[in-house]
Design a protein around this ligand. Sequence first.
Ligand code: FES
Length: 180
Amino acid sequence: MDGDHTLATHAEKPATRRDFLYVATGAVAAVGGAAVAWPLINQLNPDASTLALATIEFNLSGIEEGQSVTITWRGLPVFVRNRTQAEIDEAKAVPLSELKDPETDEERTKPGHEQWLVMIANCTHLGCVPVGESGDFDGWFCPCHGSHYDTAGRIRRGPAPLNLVVPPYEFLSDTLIQIG
Ligand code: FES
């Protein structure tokens, strides 16, 4: 009987270990989806040395009204758009009560430079890069799962929970911004 008992015990151990490995792998897979959006947010809170390295200057003078460019900052794409007056007016006319992530146009731009919109170009759903001058609100449309952003980059429809993120930036002159 002892022999049988020992065999039975040995037979159970590998099975138990496999079960554990299976569960552990499942747990990693489960958090994988949630982790996708985290780097976008985490990179906005770097330590001081990272911040110093990650500051860039960008000259706006080549961007005409109604044009956008995509630049890179800290490895992230960033939209810089010179908005038309119609786009600004449209953004300002939206009541905050209609917004999923309420922010005024003024909160997303700099005083005296309201034609300029600077935003990290990753959809706040799962990080795709939305298409400009598209969607139901004349702003950006993310084709991955159908999120619509308005002319201030605010989420208006679709699964994205938040507005496109405005990074820390300032105007050094009328045509030069520093991001970071
Ligand atoms: S990543 Fe943009 S809607 Fe899902």
